[in-house]
Write a protein that binds this ligand. Sequence first.
Ligand SMILES: *Cc1c(COP(=O)(O)O)cnc(C)c1O
Length: 461
Amino acid sequence: MRDELRKLPSVDRLLQEPAVHNLVQTYGHELTVEGLRHALDAARHQIRGGAPCPPIDEIAARAGAYLSVLARPTLRPVINASGVIIHTNLGRAPLSAETRAAMTAAAQGYTNLEYDLDAGRRGSRYVHAEQLLCRLTGAEAALVVNNNAGAVLLTLTALAHGQEVIISRSQLIEIGGGFRIPDVMRQSGARLVEVGTTNRTHLRDYRAAIGPETAALMRAHHSNFRLIGFTAEVPLNELVTLAREQGLLVFDDLGSGTLLDTAAFGLAHEPTIQESVAAGADVVSCSGDKLLGGPQAGIILGRAELIARLRQHPLTRALRVDKTTLAGLQATLLHYLKGEAVDKVPVWQMIAAPPDALKQRAERWAQELCQAGARATVTEGRSTVGGGSLPGETLPTWLVALEVDSPDALAARLRAGDPPVISRIENDRLCLDPRTVFKREEEVLLQAVQAALRSGQVTVT
Ligand SMILES: *Cc1c(COP(=O)(O)O)cnc(C)c1O
């Protein structure tokens, strides 16, 4: 054992090795030395256990493996084969090529983010994207903040702090990630006044709750659940009429927010941003990365005088967006202005994907996987829009269904791969939905599935 231990090369000796040179190139000197020390420790441990001294290339390989894990970012691209288009856990909307290019251009150098090029002096970051937003929605003014949760918090804080805001009991929603209307309201310093019942709220309920402390009536989009059966809610335009009569404001939290009519794609009608603005809501807010299909952002639209008050509020500074977000949002909005959103914005491309084309892709995948020995069939299924929009609404799709002993184990292997693949399990089969997989990802996906099927205990039944 002593002899074997003595055979172990020194760190300096290892640094002469060509394989280790490559590690130094990739990870730098210091980190490589750490990797080599780790590999030598492991070898020493093995020798003490009775093993012979490992060859040098094995030590180098072990150092390489250690370094690749150490240097691997925790945030990584994944392939979304789940069929959920706006998947909050998977980072919501993928961005268009033009959006990505605009974000890269803004990131790689300087921008006029807060610089007025005409005047040659300090400008405001909040002018960017505003004109586009106003043009597309009909709003007088717009403000972009970090996300819609921030938009709602800012609106309530700046315009209703210390006053009352009336909202229907059916709209006291919780969306994922801990956003709950009553909690946001409390945080803003506005007092929540809930009216109506869980299933039915009438205009007279709002009217009866209005008092000297009332600042606003609020509507929140249900987003992730559906109210069906014996139900009633008050349309936005009726809330607006009542508010005008009483000198109050109306806030509309649209959640997803869409500029296109989802009904044109065989889905239920999701309220559009234009409709809320046209109905006369004083402030409308929505997310940038749900159905809008852009980068994460909170979009606030409304009357110029109110938006000006929001802009001046100290909280706005804490919620401010960066240059890449504004650049990306502008590029995404431009797709809508040019009437090319369905062709260019990935979220809409996926929503609009014709079932026949999805079937063809699924068939090709299944064929290739069968040739590799898998038991794969093509079956009808449903894709989900997700992202707190159109709850319960699905789109017809074609799935590749894999029959294996343990779909859960296969799903875990797919998640552990590089890149990780997110699938879903239906009727005890592991399913892959082409709708949310980009064409450029197909070959990598099929290889990942084959590797996951081959490796380990997962056997084809
Ligand atoms: C999604 C959603 C939010 C939060 O938006 P983020 O952009 O995730 O912060 C707020 N309200 C409603 C109704 C939503 O659907």
